[in-house]
Design a protein around this ligand. Structure first.
Ligand SMILES: [Zn+2]
Length: 211
């Protein structure tokens, strides 16, 4: 763990229970300032959960188990249906997406919306972009106003997920709001963040993010 003092919200919480550096750890903090190390990392236990999966991308087993439970709860509690739009992306597929984004929209846009290769949470297998079924506002800001987007924002923590890029934390995370992007961090950490009202990993662990 970094040799800094625990932020107030983390006092009494075992910050060393999992690594924030190891890409295989559910607490890993990956952002523009903290690349996946080693940069060619590939998760060992990628699976395809039995849910609608638009781009057929796998995710870590732990992520999948929690995601299936979350989708089932959304259906049972609010009669909502969800799909996976994207999940695990390798270093090389992230590079293709980033370069295509630059070609289509320019560098500034690409850096606001798409992680540079080696700096995407999607490479860890813990990040999932979630959509509504039937499709509505896929990968768009208005997803946050759909019933699915609202339900996920309110309930994802119960399943160990974090709404990773909140609209009011762009300077902290380095990313524009992405109401569709959820990051598996495990129940212990998600419950703590919810309880103390901290909405970013950067603030909770006292780590850099936005540039
Ligand atoms: Zn994403």
């Amino acid at each position: 763990m970094p040799a800094h003092e625990a932020p107030p919200a983390a006092v009494g919480f075992d910050l060393a229970a999992f690594s924030t550096d190891d890409p295989a750890s559910p607490w890993v903090v990956v952002n523009k300032a903290r690349p996946v190390t080693p940069n060619g990392y590939e998760p060992a236990d990628l699976v395809y959960p039995d849910v609608p999966n638009i781009n057929h991308q796998p995710m870590r087993q732990e992520t999948a188990t929690a995601l299936v439970a979350m989708f089932a709860a959304g259906k049972a509690e609010a009669n909502l249906d969800f799909s996976v739009l994207s999940a695990y992306r390798s270093f090389s597929s992230q590079r293709r997406i980033y370069n295509a984004d630059i070609a289509a929209h320019g560098l500034a846009y690409a850096d606001a919306y798409t992680a540079r290769p080696g700096r995407s949470e999607h490479q860890t297998g813990f990040a999932v972009d979630i959509g509504a079924v039937p499709a509505a506002c896929s990968l768009a800001a208005c997803f946050g106003d759909t019933p699915q987007g609202r339900w996920l924002a309110a309930n994802a923590w119960r399943f160990g997920f974090l709404l990773r890029y909140p609209a009011d934390k762009v300077a902290v995370t380095g990313y524009a709001a992405e109401p569709w992007h959820f990051r598996y961090i495990g129940l212990r950490l998600a419950t703590r963040l919810h309880a103390v009202g901290v909405t970013t990993l950067e603030e909770f662990f006292g780590l850099p993010g936005g540039e």
